[in-house]
Each structure stands twice: as C-alpha cells, then as structure tokens.
Design a binder for this molecule. Sequence first.
Ligand code: TRP
Length: 330
Amino acid sequence: MKKVVLSGIKPTGIAHIGNYFGALKPAVEMANNNEYECYYFIADYHALNYIKNSKELQENTKALVCTLLAIGMDAKNIVLYKQSDVPEVTELNWILSNVTPKGLLNRAHAYKAKVEEATVNGQDPDALVNMGLYNYPVLMAADILMVNSNFVPVGQDQKQHVEMARDIAGYFNKTYGANFVVPKEIISKDLGTIAGTDGRKMSKSYNNTIPLFAPEDKLKKLIMSIKTDSSLPTEPKPLDSAVMNLFKLFATAKEYETEKAKYENGLSWAEAKTDLFNMMNNYLSPMREKYNYYMENYAEAEKILARGAKKVQAVARETLQRTRIAVGID
Ligand code: TRP
C-alpha cells in the first residue's frame, strides 16, 4: 500500500515568487513522487474566512487552479480537487467537533493572534473572531483525516494545525476505537527569507510581491524596481542583496557561481537586474504559457478538477460511512 500524502492551499490571492519557492514547488515535488498516493486541493471553504466577496473568491480560485496545473499538479498520480467539491468534509468537521476540546482550539496561533490584536485595541477579546476562524483547525483535520493521510507537507506556519489534526484523530480513536489514520506533518525546508522588491520579506501585506506569472513586460518592470544600494556601476555588489537573493532561487549552482564572480568583480545594478530578469523569465516562461492556456481554456481545467473530485469523493464517502457507523448515526 502506498502512503497517502495530502496538502492544500487557500485561494486568497495571486501566487507570487515567495509562495512558489516556499510552498508550491516543494508540494509539487512531493506530489510528483510515485511512491505516494497524492491529494492536493484548493481550500475554498477555508478561504471564506478571508474573502467576503464572491467574485473575488471565484477569480482567485480560477487563478489558483491554473497556477497549480501550470506548475505540474496535473501529474497522473495526483488527485487535484476543490475542497467544496467534497461537502462530506463539512459533515466530518461536525462529527470531529464533538471530540475536540475547546481548550485545544483556544491554543491555535491564528485565534490567539486575533485575541491579542483586539485586546491591544481595547476591544472585547473575541471582537475579531468568528466561528469560521475558531473552527478552522477542525475543518483542516477533516480534510486530512478524510483521505486517510499519512503525511501532510506544509510550511512551518501550518505545523500546529497538523498537530491538532493528529490530536483530534487521537481523541476520536480513543473514544470510538481505531477509525482514523494518525497523520504526520512534513515541514518544508526553510529557505530563509525570499526578498520582495523593497528588500523586505516578499509578502502580500508589504505590497512588494512579484507575481509568479506576471506578463514578461510587467516582470521586467518589477525587477527593475527592486531597491538597491547606491554603489557605482563598477563597484562590487553585495551577495546578500535582494537581486542576488532572487537570482539564487532560480539559478543552478554553476549559474550562481558565474554570477557571483560578476558581483565580486563589479557590475552595474542594471546589468545585475537584466541577468536576473533573463534567468527568471527563462525559468518561468514555459509555466506561464501553460498558465495562460488554462486561464483561456478554463473548461479544460474544470474537467481535470471534476476527475479529481470524483476520485476523492469515493474515498470521502467510504471514510464518512465508516465514521458514521463508529458513532452510531449510520
Ligand atoms: N490551512 C492551510 C493554509 O492556510 C490550507 C489547508 C487547509 C491545508 N486544509 C489543509 C493544508 C489540509 C494541509 C492540509 O495554507
């Protein structure tokens, strides 16, 4: 029996370079490993807590589906689907709520951050908390337990959520007998900070992102706008600059060494940025083409999603049926 791997991503914005190297690329590498049975999904139920505009959620979902297909989530052994195509997870979510201590959810980082924010503002501690946020970890446990996941590859920020899924599986199994596979997180390697155009960590909240599939001219413009120091064109350039930080992500070891030598000997920032643009554009062009193709022919993407939904639904029904029997509501 192959080990089951599952991960998901919220459709909360347009994917940028930081998302790609931090989460998407490791996920696609793992998903393309034939030793595993892989599930990957678009967490649109979870996104409801972040996006309160239907059109925006729809557009984000479409862009994310096309992004995932463009980067290789369409491989044969990957079941790609939309969370909302498996409404069974919401029933499982409810069943799991009944073995989940409130105290466990009180410890969730995202919830605590909102309480802290409200408290600092002098508001009621729960002023910024709705039940979607509070129950977020239970729904995530339902996603994970539904397909009998052995491994859940996530970034460090999601580690606690997978631990909670493991705890919730344990509470259930202890109450009703062995029913769920107990999952384990796999934390993707820390790449250090990926620089945005202003030199700070690339993040939507800093408005300094480089979209993964920005059109070529926009990509060039963004790269040319990266903040640099005011050294002379002939002076050596620092290797810890934002420009080199990005170059390194895309370059092979050999390409990096060549560029490093240029930095050490001295080159203009304009040239360094042109080198970065060429490197990035070569790397991204084939994926960007595929992305644009699916954006224009979305019906094809939807067919792939429908196939994924059908496969995961079969597993979901089985898990749910087994669980209903375990609790006595079959
Ligand atoms: N919470 C994850 C995030 O914010 C997305 C997610 C939802 C997820 N359900 C999941 C990830 C199950 C792994 C497994 O990115």
